[in-house]
Design a protein around this ligand. Structure first.
Ligand SMILES: [Mg+2]
Length: 310
């Protein structure tokens, strides 16, 4: 079935910040944008605007009045651009300054667009629709850059980024964190004997089975070829081993459908948990070593690194 046509500039869930120190203009803008279907949040000066931009559900679009007391729109814009490791914020400056050097200064501060006062609401609406399209495009690019296109799981780089944060959080809160390295046994034979389409089908189905068994807080990634990695926040070694056994069972218990028929697959799993001071990279290496012990011991089994039992 073809996906439904979606207007990429429709308001949807995009939230807009209006930062304007003049109350009448602010209220008028707020009610107009709400009438157009946008979620709106407002700020009466630059400091409030910065505060709004630090919230977890910060706006995707910021309409900033240039002239505001204390922190002006240009400074707010610079500050938004200085924090690069987050979703893109599309910035529209509102200004009565329309000299060439002012416009250049606005773009240099990181603004995407500007509109000079007094402005027509039609024009503002059109500029906001452009902003929504850009914000959506950034979201799509970000999602594509983070996920493995075959399985839909996090790719290795994105997994590691999230995993590092989970490891620091576990240390900070003194919580346990289980790590599983899951590898399909004899996967190369699938590709060699049944072709790469069959190999792809097996990987997709294995990923689907893994994902079905994890909680929303668990993190699953494709670590490489036929190797998957799972982080289980809050799980100790015993719990992680039990989840690993479930994974092993869900792969082995039901054959995989491929174009040439049905294949029985098994997995080997290495399990570790966080321990004092262990860095993310070292944890993954230790889980990998446990996985290779599972392979060496005959595959289709779970091996835990007991040194990591807290
Ligand atoms: Mg002003």
């Amino acid at each position: 079935m073809a996906p439904a046509e979606v207007d990429p500039s429709a308001p949807g869930a995009v939230k807009i910040l209006i930062a304007e120190d003049e109350p009448v203009s602010r209220l008028r803008l707020q009610s107009t944008l709400q009438r157009w279907g946008y979620k709106v949040t407002t700020a009466g000066d630059g400091a409030e605007a910065l505060h709004e931009m630090q919230k977890p559900d910060r706006p995707g679009i910021a309409i900033l009045d240039w002239m505001m007391p204390h922190v002006d729109g240009l400074d707010v814009c610079r500050s938004i651009r200085a924090t690069a490791d987050r979703d893109y914020t599309y910035v529209i400056l509102l200004t009565s300054l329309d000299r060439e050097e002012d416009i250049v200064a606005g773009f240099d501060a990181g603004a995407d667009d500007y509109i000079t006062k007094p402005f027509s609401l039609h024009e503002l609406h059109a500029r906001i629709r452009t902003g929504v399209r850009i914000v959506r495009l950034h979201e799509q690019l970000r999602a594509a850059a983070m996920h493995d296109s075959l399985t839909g799981l996090l790719n290795r780089r994105a997994f590691f980024e999230i995993f590092e944060k989970e490891v620091s959080r576990a240390k900070r809160q003194q919580l346990s964190l289980g790590i599983l390295m899951v590898d399909l046994d004899h996967f190369k034979q699938v590709n060699d004997q049944h072709g790469h389409l069959a190999g792809d089908a097996v990987l997709r189905e294995a990923a689907r089975r893994l994902r079905r068994r994890v909680r929303a807080t668990d993190v699953v990634g494709r670590y490489g070829g036929e190797e998957f990695v799972v982080a289980l926040p809050g799980s100790d070694l015993k719990q992680a081993v039990s989840i690993a056994e479930e994974f092993r069972h869900c792969i082995a218990s039901e054959p995989f459908e491929v174009p040439s028929g049905r294949l029985t697959m098994t997995t080997s799993v290495g399990v570790v948990t966080t321990w004092d001071m262990a860095e993310a990279e070292h944890l993954l290496k230790t889980a990998d070593e446990a996985l290779y012990r599972a392979k060496a011991a005959g595959r289709n089994r779970v091996v835990a690194d007991l040194r990591t039992a807290a």
